[in-house]
Design a binder for this molecule. Structure first.
Ligand code: NAG
Ligand code: NAG
Ligand code: NAG
Length: 376
């Protein structure tokens, strides 16, 4: 199938659905917090953004609020960078929570089940896609605003209880490495890889501590995927020097090693700090190499995009070039667009995160996400 300009009747249809959801969400979130509910707060990038970037001054490069995003599950584009739900949506479901609302969504949002602060394109560094995204630092500031509002609403002891029992989920780092890769012509002459990774991890660590100081105790991290193997970076291989992809993948590996080390350190330093680290990199790599084993047919090409591996980041035809292709069955693909996964991939990742089995586990921390929801 090929698409050119947006199809107008279709778009109106999605708009109607979008309005319907707005009313629906306001109904869903008005219920009071049940005393044993553990909230979920979400931070990071497009792997977890549920629509915050719909409300900021940015470009379509950092947005996914247009067709065909959302076609598989919501039937309209929510702003999620997928055809349907994200890992965090499935985790919320496992934890008996409703869909966690985006912080930026206008209206009187209840924060009792948690809030989603994630922003597509964001990194741990303020410089990463600066001006087009909500940086992790700003996300932490927004979290502090929510803490203040919860104290005003619930009183400090109930607010503190909600905050300290809640789970804090992060996906961050990918854009700190993609941003220089996509923009700098001298990527290979990058200062020093270990120095750059140190800066990214240093900033991440200080933001984690800031959120901890706000009362957070239970943390979940997804590490960064194999950056040199994404359809969106592989398509650039033909245009540029091969070494770029190796550099990118080795940066991801270095980052992931440094991340597991800093978490061990934080666990020693910060009283009651608990974490679970999910090896997203290994999981994506295995699904990519053996898609059939995971019930998928295509592990290398994206469902939606253009060119080699459908790696051109133009799903929806709103990012410059209007030409793009859309596969017939997104649920047979690992990659939805050139950088993001399909709902069917996110669904099984969430299943593996939640239903930990030692034999095939990608959980690296001392706790599983399920333990963290169940711990008091
Ligand atoms: C949005 O950003 C553009 C480019 O940075 C700027 O020219 C414009 O004034 C901004 N609009 C608003 C409403 O802030
Ligand atoms: C955070 O990043 C900035 C660059 O954005 C860097 O100058 C600073 O040293 C980093 N901080 C830490 C603690 O690594
Ligand atoms: C690619 O870059 C590396 C490192 O700068 C260089 O040694 C190599 O000759 C380059 N290869 C091509 C084909 O330009």
């Amino acid at each position: 199938m090929k698409f050119t300009m947006a199809n107008l009747p279709g778009f109106t249809f999605f708009l109607v659905f979008f309005l319907a959801l707005l009313f629906h969400t306001h109904g869903t979130y008005s219920s009071d917090r049940s005393s044993n509910q553990v909230a979920l707060f979400i931070f990071g990038d497009s792997f977890l953004d549920a629509g915050n970037n719909n409300y900021i001054n940015t470009t379509t490069l950092d947005q996914a609020n247009f067709w065909p995003y959302g076609i598989t599950y919501f039937n309209f584009p929510t702003g999620r960078f997928s055809d349907g739900r994200l890992v965090s949506d499935f985790i919320a479901e496992y934890a008996n929570l409703p869909l966690i609302p985006p912080f930026m969504e206008p209206g009187n949002i209840q924060y009792n089940s948690g809030v989603n602060f994630a922003s597509g394109g964001a990194g741990a560094l303020v410089e990463t896609f600066q001006g087009s995204v909500i940086s992790l630092e700003t996300q932490a500031i927004n979290f502090n605003k929510v803490v203040t509002r919860l104290r005003d609403k619930l009183g400090s002891s109930e607010a503190e209880n909600l905050i300290s029992t809640a789970v804090y989920m992060f996906s961050i780092g990918t854009n700190d490495y993609l941003s220089p890769f996509l923009t700098a012509s001298d990527f290979l002459n990058f200062p020093s890889h270990s120095e750059y990774v140190g800066t990214v991890i240093g900033n991440l660590s200080s933001i984690i501590q800031r959120i901890y100081n706000g009362g957070a105790r239970k943390f979940v991290f997804m590490n960064v995927p194999p950056l040199g193997s994404l359809p969106g970076t592989k398509i650039i291989q033909s245009e540029r020097n091969d070494s770029y992809l190796h550099e990118l993948s080795s940066l991801a590996t270095l980052h992931n090693k440094a991340l597991s080390m800093i978490l061990l350190q934080l666990e020693k330093q910060l009283k009651d700090f608990k974490y679970s680290l999910y090896d997203f990199n290994a999981d994506v790599t295995q699904m990519m190499n053996q898609p059939l084993k995971y019930g998928l047919k295509e592990g290398k090409s994206a469902c939606c995009g253009w060119g080699a591996f459908r790696g051109k980041y133009n799903c929806g035809g709103k990012r410059g070039d209007k030409r793009f292709e859309l596969c017939e069955k997104p649920n047979e693909y690992l990659y939805w667009d050139s950088y993001h996964l399909t709902e069917s991939a996110y669904k099984q990742i969430a299943f593996r995160m939640w239903n930990y089995r030692r034999s095939n586990s990608h959980t690296l921390g001392p706790y599983t996400i399920r333990n963290l929801f169940q711990a008091s």
